[in-house]
Design a binder for this molecule. Structure first.
Ligand SMILES: C[S@@+](CC[C@H](N)C(=O)[O-])C[C@H]1O[C@@H](n2cnc3c(N)ncnc32)[C@H](O)[C@@H]1O
Length: 377
């Protein structure tokens, strides 16, 4: 992922400078503090709007070039890293070539650009659907700078209306191997989210949803997931390892299922963070990956001893605890007393949120227990 982000960072910097800086500034070589400041104001406003509420943001915010450029500067790399992480989880199921991909609400083509790098040198046919012509143009321009020869992106600059089931018509009856809906549900009402997910599952084999890890947005996504699974519309492949109702949603009204990506923060993001007093040492994300009935390839099912860590390590005096979510649809808290730490169970110290482990013991890790980490997040 690191080399992908480094390449994309350079592409974005060059593009921003030649497209969005006034001509006399675009001629100066490299990036300086004034260039960064020029774009950072919009980044700060978008960041506040995306995390604290959008009332200050115009409805079609990408009509303003300040917001389009700020999104390119600050959000594309962050969202691309999250989409990359999702692709890593399911790439073993995506052997077919060429892949047909839908990037819904594509904005500057964040998912398309990520897929181009992730599936480098594989033939891809990507359809981007985007209502805003300005950002759709950016998507087309950026795509031409990164794509491999056999990869095609076609962008439809139109708006879909989930309540009126308009997506099918917009897709011209095409079916997709993967549909990616990144940071789009949070722009819709809960009812519209439900309609949209149904339409996407009707038209794609696999659906990847990525959202900011905010409490309300994520709990809505957890509720949507329960409805999809209850109605047997699709199976959830990740992050859940089971097809029961979400135990975290039922447990209380507070917690939300989210994960942290440990990344090497790109220099550009750090520079903007310094100006707008933000930090991105790690990335928080919420995601959900579904497999629709159109997906006929066998998907390995996890065993009842397989658990995903859904909390950060809770460290208190004398012990370390983790919350696990497992195959039978339960949350389980396990701990290990510091005095019981042994070489066999030392893997417990390295388990963190998102990791998958095998565990058939009780709620306490004993001295002789062996900790088997199946997959690091
Ligand atoms: C927050 S941006 C996300 C862009 C991109 N998917 C990403 O993750 O970086 C949401 C995008 O969805 C587009 N959008 C929102 N509602 C839409 C609709 N009904 N039809 C088409 N595009 C829509 C917006 O114009 C915007 O470009």
């Amino acid at each position: 992922m690191h080399s992908f982000l480094k390449n994309l960072e350079e592409v974005l910097k060059t593009y921003l400078k030649e497209t969005y800086l006034p001509p006399h500034r675009a001629k100066t070589p490299g990036w300086n503090f004034h260039d960064l400041r020029f774009f950072s104001k919009g980044a700060e406003m978008l960041s506040t709007a995306f995390t604290e509420g959008r009332s200050e943001l115009p409805k079609n915010y990408f009509n303003k070039k300040e917001f389009r450029s700020a999104y390119l500067l600050y959000f594309v790399l962050i969202n691309a890293a999250k989409i990359w992480k999702c692709l890593e989880e399911v790439s073993f199921l995506l052997k077919k070539s060429p892949l047909k991909i839908l990037d819904l609400g594509c904005g500057p083509g964040t998912a398309a650009l990520t897929c181009s790098y992730f599936f480098k040198d594989r033939p891809l046919e990507i359809l981007g659907l985007e209502q805003n012509p300005g950002i759709a143009k950016d998507a087309k321009n950026l795509w031409e700078k990164v794509r491999s020869p056999e990869q095609r992106l076609f962008i439809k600059t139109e708006s879909f209306h989930p309540r009126h089931k308009s997506l099918k018509k917009l897709l011209d009856g095409k079916k997709f191997d993967v549909a990616i809906a990144a940071n789009i549900l949070s722009e819709l009402s809960f009812q519209d989210q439900r309609h949209l997910i149904t339409e996407l599952l009707d038209n794609s084999k696999m659906l990847i949803v990525v959202e900011p890890a905010l409490q309300k947005i994520t709990r809505d996504l957890m509720s949507l997931r329960d409805k999809v699974v209850q109605d047997k519309q699709a199976q959830v492949i990740a992050p859940c390892l089971h097809q029961q109702n979400c135990p975290m949603l039922a447990f209380n009204q507070r917690d939300w299922c989210h994960f942290y990506i440990d990344w090497k923060c790109p220099v550009l993001i750090r520079q903007v963070d310094d100006i707008i007093r933000n930090r991105h040492d790690y990335l928080k994300m919420a995601y959900m990956i579904f497999r629709s009935p159109l997906f006929t390839i066998h998907c390995p099912q996890s065993s009842s001893n397989t658990w995903r860590v859904v909390s950060s390590p809770l460290i208190s005096k004398g012990k370390r605890e983790l919350v696990l979510c497992g195959d039978c649809g339960h949350l389980k808290k396990i701990d290990r007393l510091d005095k019981d730490k042994t070489p066999q169970n030392s893997g417990f110290d390295y388990m963190s949120r998102g990791d998958i482990m095998e565990w058939s013991g009780t709620s306490r890790v004993e001295r002789e227990n062996h900790i088997k980490v199946l997959k690091k997040f």
